[in-house]
Design a protein around this ligand. Structure first.
Ligand code: THU
Length: 137
């Protein structure tokens, strides 16, 4: 499939807006995410916390679950916005790897629009993926 153009500013803006719907009454750490899928759609989410703390779901994983459950299983880019430019956690990086490629782009941004850009390969080197399940030793 032809790759969709990546509008960094748009994706970061949408992730910043999604931060408004973060449900983070326990940590107070609001995260917004926006996922651009290969079919050109964008899915957004905030983190969703729970009184049983470990049940919390990160914004990135909520956004990816929205995409996959709407039939968009390949991701091209992800923007994540926090107050202080916090990076995606390890679990989210692995879930990005499931539906992304090494060259999937991740924009780690702050609400003022400042961001740093990383490939998924840089965030999760030597990752385990479906290819490892089928590869001969
Ligand atoms: N959080 C995310 O939404 N994404 C990450 O990649 C890191 C952490 C959330 C989970 C929890 O609601 C809050 O940030 C503090 O850990």
């Amino acid at each position: 499939m032809k790759q969709p153009a990546i509008d960094r500013e748009q994706l970061i803006n949408l992730a910043t807006q999604a931060r408004e719907v973060a449900y983070a009454p326990y940590s107070g750490y609001r995260v917004g995410a926006a996922v651009l899928t290969e079919d050109g759609r964008i899915f957004t989410a905030g983190n969703v916390e729970n009184a049983v703390y470990p049940l919390t779901i990160c914004a990135e994983r909520v956004a990816i679950a929205k995409a996959v459950s709407e039939g968009a299983t390949r991701i091209r880019a992800v923007a994540v916005v926090t107050a202080n430019g916090g990076a995606p956690c390890g679990s989210c990086r692995q879930v990005m790897r499931e539906f992304g490629e090494g060259n999937t782009l991740v924009f780690i941004a702050q609400p003022d629009g400042a961001y740093r850009e990383r490939t998924l390969d840089a965030l999760l080197p030597e990752s385990f993926s479906v290819a490892d399940l089928t590869r001969e030793s």
